[in-house]
Design a protein. Structure first.
Length: 259
């Protein structure tokens, strides 16, 4: 373990082996931190939640292994002692990114500079949140979803999709699917499902019910289950005619186009 000058590690913080704590880092709260995590200059990890209902109870935080917290990143502990803010493993939180209290993050997530997650947000594995994105409290982001720079969501972002603007979708995260080694057949099925759900003109609940009779792949079922479990509503397709035409052409011909 390496601890650089002027770092502060409070009494209730547990650090695993191989961690690197940079200068002016503040690790506080009741934090359990795994192995080989990197904390760069000035980040604050485990501090009290920004919640008016918070009464000063121990703020709990659980962090896995091999995460990187760059300069000025902030992660807040939970609002109640029986709960916890949770961050998995192999995540990369860039400069001035923020994770609110009681958030639950999976693994292999990237948060670019200035990205902000409100309290109680849920972020699944391999999500990419671009610079200066904003996620409202209690919103959910599904596996391999991507947020374009400056986008903002207060509704749930389905797995494998791309967020654009305010609660908008612009298609599937095709590049992310390829990097995750989804087969061409799986990607095509997800494209057809996206068209059925968001471009067919049918109301979403009806489209989900119809799609369950047609799509049987694991990824398709994961998207349908995610949408069915939503309490905040689902982001909707906001693309213009060119993108709609591209997705229509893909469904008809079986080819893949970037969106």
């Amino acid at each position: 373990m390496e601890v650089r000058p002027y770092a502060v590690i409070d009494a209730h913080v547990s650090l695993g082996p191989g961690c690197q704590v940079g200068p002016h880092v503040y690790l506080t709260g009741h934090a359990t931190i795994g192995a080989h995590n990197q904390f760069h200059c000035g980040c604050v990890i485990g501090d009290a939640p920004q919640d008016l209902k918070y009464k000063g109870d121990p703020a709990r935080l659980i962090i896995g292994d091999h995460n990187v917290f760059r300069e000025g990143a902030t992660v807040h502990g939970s609002a109640k002692p029986e709960e916890a803010t949770i961050i998995g493993s192999n995540n990369f939180l860039m400069v001035n990114s923020h994770v609110g209290h009681n958030a639950c993050l999976g693994s292999h997530i990237i948060m670019a500079n200035g990205a902000m997650l409100g309290g109680h947000t849920q972020v699944a594995d391999r999500v990419f949140i671009s610079g200066n994105c904003v996620v409202h409290q209690f919103a959910r982001l599904g596996t391999l979803a991507l947020m374009q720079g400056g986008s903002a969501i207060s509704q749930d972002l389905p797995p494998f999709t791309i967020a654009r603007g305010a609660n908008g979708l612009s298609g599937l995260n095709v590049i992310g699917l390829r990097r995750a080694q989804f087969s061409a057949e799986e990607r095509l099925q997800l494209r057809r499902l996206y068209h059925r759900l968001f471009l067919s003109g049918q109301n979403l609940s009806g489209a989900v019910a119809a799609a369950r009779l047609e799509f049987a792949g694991a990824s398709a079922i994961a998207m349908l289950d995610f949408i069915a479990a939503s309490r905040r509503g689902i982001c909707r397709h906001r693309g213009g005619a060119p993108e709609d035409s591209a997705i229509d052409s893909t469904v008809q011909t079986g080819t893949e186009l970037e969106t």
